[in-house]
Design a protein around this ligand. Structure first.
Ligand code: SF4
Length: 444
């Protein structure tokens, strides 16, 4: 993993600003920021007490005014989620979802390894705001350094003497589906790490049947800064519909791939400049991760990084992933590898997801080999229609989105493979990252 350089929006996007980095301010090149440096950088944690005269909703109001949305991919308004949990019956629990099963994303791992106190601050503040006595910080069991540094950070914080909430660090099994919050809650309840059917919703009944607030690590890091600087400060960056800054994992043919902090609305060009420029031409870019969509390389020069700007291209920033695919890669081979991997991630409990994703991957494999008849596009369209919106969670919808956009953007390459079989680049094309060990939620 590369270090986490930051940048300011450059000409071509919004006007340059002098207020980045925020989250990544002072990020150490190696190791984690100590508690002392963290407090020197960001100031003391503004902890409301149990008898805070502003009331427990003060922070939720600030978060609402800031317009903070979740950074895990779904962009749900954070304040609305907090109000739902605090209004439910029972003593709430906060779960920090830092499992990051998205193979193309490194942002949460970067936060945990370098800036764990920022995430812990946000979790503690959110817990106090909704009246939770307990925070469960879930880190993927394969994130060795992240787990270790969170444990170190916890031990450093013991001298702060905050009596609540209690923070429990726990290792979650590796996997893509555990990133779905109900799968993570199911795991925490001692059951298989599979998404559950709703109702009940997690805000009503989650961990130990208590109202549960599940948040992505980056979202909580923003809470830590909003509590210190306020909503107006937060809105000084970004655009009206998506205020603030966000972390983006950039990969592909650039000089310095890694995690960058941008303001919403910054141009892709400025991100690439901050990453030292491109090292090869890009055939296309994937936005949002493996549940996201592709944009053709010819359209990339004018792209700005916000959901509003990306919507005309049919994509969003999702989990903050921008992956460039070089001209030398075979897009068909890459799509087939990822589609098969996505099919294997099915939790195995909804027929359309299990059979639909497997059939889509199988059809693409036949197409790539040149053994599928020329009616492949019709067959894929049928499979997509049979699979989308028919699962208990959004996994099949994300996989279908990925495949559907690939069919559009790589139409000619797919037709070539269907006609002539594998190309010269097929065998060696391995640009899109996948976990070395294909984990399967169904085995949990
Ligand atoms: S849609 Fe797929 S991943 Fe989601 S719960 Fe059903 S089988 Fe599991």
């Amino acid at each position: 993993m590369s270090s986490a350089p930051t940048f300011e929006a450059a000409p071509g996007g919004r006007a340059p600003v002098a207020r980045l980095p925020r989250l990544l301010d002072g990020v150490p090149a190696q190791g984690a920021m100590s508690l002392r440096t963290h407090l020197n950088t960001h100031g003391e944690l503004p902890l409301p007490g149990r008898r805070d005269r502003r009331g427990p909703d003060a922070l939720i109001d600030q978060i609402e005014q800031a317009g903070l949305s979740g950074r895990g991919g779904a962009s749900f308004p954070m304040a609305r989620k907090m109000r739902a949990v605090s209004g439910a019956r029972g003593k709430p629990i906060v779960v920090v979802n830092a499992t990051e099963g998205e193979p193309a994303s490194l942002k949460d791992r970067t936060l945990l390894e370098t800036l764990p106190h920022l995430v812990l601050d946000g979790a503690v503040l959110a817990a106090r705001a909704i009246g939770a006595e307990e925070v469960i910080l879930c880190v993927c069991e394969s994130a060795g350094a992240g787990l270790e540094r969170c444990a170190q950070a916890q031990s450093e914080r013991s001298r702060l003497g905050n009596e609540w909430p209690r923070v429990v660090l726990t290792a979650a099994p590796e996997g893509y589906i555990i990133g779905h919050e109900s799968a993570l809650v199911s795991h925490l309840n001692g059951k298989p790490a599979k998404p559950t059917f709703s109702p009940p919703m997690l805000f009503e009944r989650g961990v130990r049947r208590r109202p549960t607030l599940v948040n992505n690590a980056e979202t909580l890091a923003h809470v830590a800064l909003i509590a210190r600087h306020g909503p107006r400060w937060f809105r000084e960056l970004g655009i009206a519909g998506q205020p603030g800054s966000t972390l983006v994992t950039l990969s592909g043919p650039v000089a310095y791939p890694g995690v960058y902090e941008i303001e919403y609305g910054a141009s892709l060009t400025s991100l690439l400049e901050a990453a030292g420029g491109t090292t090869a031409a890009s055939r296309a870019a994937l936005f949002g991760g493996y549940a996201g969509g592709w944009v053709d390389g010819h359209l990339l020069s004018g792209v700005a990084l916000s959901d509003e700007h990306l919507a005309p291209h049919g994509v969003s920033l999702g989990a903050g992933v921008v992956l460039l695919l070089s001209e030398s890669a075979c897009p068909v081979a890459e799509i087939v590898r990822v589609a098969r991997w996505l099919a294997r991630q099915s939790a195995g409990q909804c027929g359309p997801c299990v059979h639909g994703l497997d059939s889509i991957a199988g059809t693409l494999e036949q197409l790539a080999d040149g053994t599928r008849d020329r009616h492949y596009s019709q067959r894929l369209a049928e499979l997509v229609a049979l699979t989308a919106k028919r699962g208990a969670c959004s996994h099949p919808d994300g996989a279908v989105r990925f495949v559907t956009s690939a069919l559009r953007v790589f139409e000619h390459e797919l037709a070539d493979h269907a006609r002539h079989g594998p190309c010269d680049a097929c065998a060696s094309s391995r640009e899109m990252p996948l976990p070395a060990r294909a984990s399967r939620a169904r085995a949990a």
